[in-house]
Design a protein around this ligand. Structure first.
Ligand SMILES: Cc1cc2nc3c(=O)[nH]c(=O)nc-3n(C[C@H](O)[C@H](O)[C@H](O)COP(=O)(O)OP(=O)(O)OC[C@H]3O[C@@H](n4cnc5c(N)ncnc54)[C@H](O)[C@@H]3O)c2cc1C
Length: 455
């Protein structure tokens, strides 16, 4: 099987013996491009509502090869745009609906995993944003105040003082934490692959090694030949620039991860995470971690952007970025100095020009798409797929009033502007984090520049 380099692909269940190879039908009702969560969930709900539809998922590599099979496994009950929507009076009501829909989505994923008996190690232990320096205490407490001000309650977000926080997670520096229960830790690849197996068993055509080069209304062209389809849904998120005509549609930003060897009970006594809470801190160069079901730490951070939106399907294990991530992990938990990092991987996630997820469908052409979750797509892709399915089937539903619907984004700038812009933002984030940690006060120039673009 084509390997995406991740620990997750190395630890697929023993029943993951490979999908049954299929030949491509010449005509279907719905062709879905991309076999990650967005494509898989779209096929799942389409086939739930309309078992009579002939559906094919066209995946260039293997199911779960992309971000869905290599992410941090944070199944978050929020999305990148929620806070911005809630912060403006004109969009507050919409923001609340989106926040509630995202919280419910974590339970929806747990429901389906349970119903379909997909063993993806899902544990809803919540999430900790730890203050790992004194500056972050003020930052996180202000953030909590803001979250309560814009409509969340203390059952959504609450402050843990230093001793409560340390009892949850033993980072070297821990001055308190912001806790939310709306997050589950999952084994991401088992969820993606499990869905693919269930869909194939239902009669959805699950086609691997089928790379789409281009598509127009009614017709998809692939390396295996052409396929006619009334409806064509693109679900390629960070990989989108590799399709003809879509080079500037989505910015592929890379995120990189490492995983440790399984850690003994004595180490876990020190680190904690007894509920498998996901954890990070409030730095702008995001970090994220989880305790895996087999007692490793899987931990990641932002990688960057390659000139010309270049797609690197697999990141070589000797990329220097991995050592920086491993070092950040050891800084958080010095006890890990004595333990090996066994896995290193990364991959692209997708960012739309307006930094918000979108779900689009044009009934005239029969073409739709969903994606652009800005690194928060594990749960958001499920909600996006349900919206996409309601649009395709022309079903009236509450989620169609959410702000992602037909919220088209402009193309990204031409090079070298894209590259310089991405580099500048990365530099701004690094400088702001460093200044704030060292000086203990806000970095208005670099922080302001970064926040203005990203938020
Ligand atoms: C390292 C990393 C860590 C992350 N951590 C988290 C996290 O902890 N929590 C969170 O919420 N989000 C996280 N994300 C983001 C999240 O994983 C993604 O937003 C989400 O998985 C996107 O799903 P998708 O199905 O839209 O895209 P993908 O999963 O990327 O699927 C796209 C698929 O399309 C296929 N494809 C590409 N080109 C073609 C083509 N031409 N023809 C056919 N098929 C094609 C690819 O092979 C791929 O399988 C992370 C992302 C990365 C990379």
């Amino acid at each position: 099987m084509m390997h995406n380099g991740s620990f997750w692909f190395d630890s697929l269940g023993p029943d993951d013996v490979g999908l049954v190879p299929e030949s491509m039908p010449s005509q279907v009702d719905v062709a879905i491009i991309g076999g990650g969560y967005t494509g898989l969930w779209s096929a799942y709900y389409l086939s739930e509502h309309r078992p009579d539809l002939k559906i094919a998922i066209l995946e260039a590599e293997v199911f779960g090869f992309g971000a869905s099979g290599r992410n941090g496994g944070w199944c978050m009950g929020t999305s990148h745009d929620v806070e911005a929507l809630l912060s403006r009076a004109s969009t507050h009501a919409t923001g609340l609906r989106l926040a509630q829909a995202m919280q419910a989505t974590v339970d929806e994923i747990a429901r389906v995993a349970d119903q379909e008996q997909i063993d993806c190690d899902l544990t809803k232990g919540g999430s900790l944003t730890v203050a790992t320096n004194r500056f972050q205490v003020g930052q996180l407490q202000a953030s909590l105040k803001h979250l309560h001000h814009i409509g969340f309650s203390s059952s959504d977000y609450r402050w843990l003082d230093a001793s409560e926080s340390r009892a949850r997670v033993g980072t070297a520096n821990n001055f308190g934490a912001l806790f939310t229960p709306h997050c589950a830790a999952i084994h991401p690849a088992r969820l993606a692959r499990g869905l693919a197996y269930r869909l194939q068993a239902r009669g959805v055509h699950c086609l691997e090694s089928t790379r789409v080069s281009r598509y127009t209304s009614g017709l998809v062209e692939t390396n295996q030949g052409a396929i006619r389809a009334d409806t064509i849904l693109r679900a390629t998120e960070g990989f989108t620039p590799s399709i003809e005509g879509l080079k500037r549609a989505v910015l592929p930003i890379y995120s990189m991860m490492v995983a440790t060897e399984p850690l003994p009970a004595s180490v876990w006594d020190e680190i904690g995470l007894a509920q498998r809470e996901t954890f990070g801190d409030s730095r702008r160069v995001v970090i994220y971690g989880q305790r895996t079901a087999d007692d490793r730490i899987a931990f990641g951070g932002r990688g960057g952007y390659y000139f010309g939106s270049k797609i690197k399907p697999v990141i070589p294990g000797n990329d220097p970025g991995f050592e920086m991530i491993a070092q950040t992990l050891r800084d958080l938990f010095p006890v890990l100095m004595d333990y090996e990092v066994t896995h290193r991987w990364g991959g692209p996630l997708g960012v739309n020009r307006h930094w918000r997820p979108t779900v689009t469908f044009d009934p005239k052409t029969g073409i739709g798409s969903a994606g652009g979750y800005v690194g928060e797509g594990v749960a958001a892709s499920n909600l996006a797929a349900r919206i996409l399915v309601d649009l395709v089937l022309d079903q009236d539903s509450e989620i169609l009033s959410l702000p992602w619907v037909d919220d088209h984004a402009k193309n990204w700038e031409v090079e070298p502007v894209r590259f310089l812009g991405a580099r500048l933002l990365q530099h701004a984030a690094e400088r702001a984090d460093a200044c704030e940690a060292e000086l203990g006060r806000p970095a208005p120039v670099w922080g302001g520049l970064f926040d203005r673009f990203v938020d």
